[in-house]
Design a protein around this ligand. Structure first.
Ligand SMILES: Nc1ncnc2c1ncn2[C@@H]1O[C@H](COP(=O)(O)OP(=O)(O)OP(=O)(O)O)[C@@H](O)[C@H]1O
Ligand SMILES: [Mg+2]
Length: 474
């Protein structure tokens, strides 16, 4: 056996430095390790440098899902854009997409279309990283992330969208937001957005609906003009309020029987003013004092607050328990606080509706809470006549049909002013007239013939008190 063979490295010889350094295998190893260390150091420096470069040269902008621009920018990202060019084509290909589908029935009411639906697919960038090229030479890296933490208010995970671009291109960001906003506006143009309370936040109730023209809601003579005039005056008077240190708020109460156009009018008014509607139904279980207060502090921008069925707060007059619990519904004090307490927003138009004015407390109607009250009542002759013109104006040129229709309603005592002692005084609602006209589309004679159907039906409980029936008096 030759003696100059390298000593085999055994566990025992590990502490023998001589052996170690004379061992070409080990020395080589150390050399490599040294190189590795140097490389690691170099890499770290490079990463550090890149990090610094990134900090110096890149701009990050983070958008939270709670911000309105989140959905605008997402929609903007999904816009088709010119990606010609070798690099752009490869870089900007989106591989993760998310789809939101909205369906609606086709021609509801037409038997042949029953069950058929129209689906609307909206594609948006999915979670993950994407690159977009808003204009030649400008690239934006997009990262849509779902955080592991959840929002305490909704229980939904937080979502963020981060846009990263070169510092030199930062001016593009303002263009991105302007374009995204314009796109959202175009999408909402001619539409009214309705928000409702979802858990602890405002959420859009369905898709934006087509604006309802103010002219399509027919209130008694002068009523509409009075309310619209007042709202407009209020909107023009912001400076007056600011100068006097008065909270810029105005409250309206619309009361009257069901189906008289209260809700429809408020929706149309919002459309007219280009506002959205933020609606809460106080008779809904789960709307508590705390929730109401919380929602009012974060009212969506440019929206009319609509509190439906405010009488619910009066039937539940119970104050808070000593332990602070106010029950599953809104209390009287909760509503008053929401309207002009500390929780009340600074800048707000509120509409309250009720079918039971008699249940309200005078404290509610104090100026500052409710500044203008209007009864929206049963259909008057004026309203019936206006509605007729809207539905049959084009075929009833000389108005003869309208006169016969109004005469028939009078005969039936539906304007509550019949001179005939045998005809009971009664009323009908504009909703019922709308129903009659819709049933008899383009058929005046049919509408006149069926006018009797406008007599309100009454619900009469039977003797046992268990059942009941709907009765239409002749
Ligand atoms: N004055 C009116 N002009 C035009 N349409 C009306 C009018 N009143 C009622 N309608 C129609 O009747 C339906 C019900 O109206 P709406 O929901 O506005 O009534 P409401 O007064 O809010 O009733 P409720 O007190 O039960 O909430 C709607 O489809 C609406 O178009
Ligand atoms: Mg209503």
């Amino acid at each position: 056996m030759s003696t100059d063979l390298p000593t085999p490295i055994t566990p025992q010889s590990i502490f023998n430095f001589d052996v170690l350094f004379n061992n070409p295998v080990f020395a080589g190893g150390i050399g490599l390790a040294g190189l590795g260390a140097a490389a690691a150091f170099g890499r770290k420096a490079a990463i550090g440098g890149a990090g610094m470069l990134k900090r110096q040269m890149l701009v990050n902008i983070e958008i939270s899902k709670r911000d309105p621009s989140y959905s605008w920018v997402l929609a903007w990202l999904a816009q088709p854009r010119d990606n010609s060019g070798f690099l752009a084509q490869r870089l900007t290909r989106m591989r993760t997409l998310a789809v939101t589908t909205a369906t609606k029935s086709i021609n509801p009411g037409r038997v042949s279309d029953e069950g058929r639906t129209h689906a609307d697919f909206r594609v948006q960038p999915g979670f993950g990283r994407h690159i977009v090229r808003p204009r030649p030479g400008v690239y934006i890296a997009v990262n849509r992330e779902k955080a592991s933490t959840t929002s305490t208010a909704t229980g939904e995970p937080h979502e963020t969208l981060t846009l990263t671009l070169l510092w030199a291109h930062r001016h593009v960001l303002s263009e991105v937001f302007t374009e995204a906003h314009a796109l959202a506006q175009r999408f909402h143009e001619g539409k009214t957005l309705v928000y409702t309370a979802r858990r602890m936040e405002w959420a859009p109730l369905g898709k934006p609906r087509l604006k309802r023209p103010l002219g399509s809601v027919i209130l008694d003579e002068g009523v509409k003009e009075r309310i619209v005039g007042d709202v407009r005056e209020f909107l023009d008077a912001q400076q007056w309020y600011t100068d006097r240190g008065v909270p810029y708020r105005r409250g309206y109460l619309l009361y009257g029987p069901p189906g008289t156009g209260k809700t429809s009018f408020i929706q149309a008014l919002a459309g007219e003013l280009d506002y959205s509607v933020a609606m809460i139904n106080l008779s809904e279980v789960g709307i508590t004092d705390d929730l109401l207060a919380q929602l009012l502090t974060q009212l969506p921008e440019k929206s009319i607050l609509l509190l439906e069925d405010v009488d619910a707060a009066f039937t539940n007059r119970r104050q808070r328990d000593p332990d602070g619990y106010s029950g599953p519904t809104v209390t009287f004090s909760g509503l008053l606080n929401a309207l002009d307490g500390l929780a009340a927003g600074e800048d707000r138009i509120a509409f309250l509706t009720t079918n039971h004015i008699d249940r309200l407390d005078p404290a509610l109607i104090r100026p500052g809470r409710v500044d203008l009250m209007e009864r929206i009542g049963e259909a008057t002759r004026y309203q019936a006549s206006q509605m007729w013109d809207r539905y049959y104006g084009d075929i009833d040129k000389d108005g003869a049909g309208r006169e016969r229709f109004l005469g028939r309603l009078e005969e039936l005592g539906l304007f509550g002013e019949s001179k005939d002692p045998d005809v009971p005084k009664r009323h009908t609602s504009t909703a019922a007239i709308q129903g009659l006209f819709q049933f008899n589309k383009g058929d005046m004679e049919g509408a006149i013939k069926m006018a009797q159907g406008l007599i309100p039906r009454t619900f009469e409980a039977d003797a046992s008190g268990i059942g009941g029936s709907l009765k239409s008096p002749a």
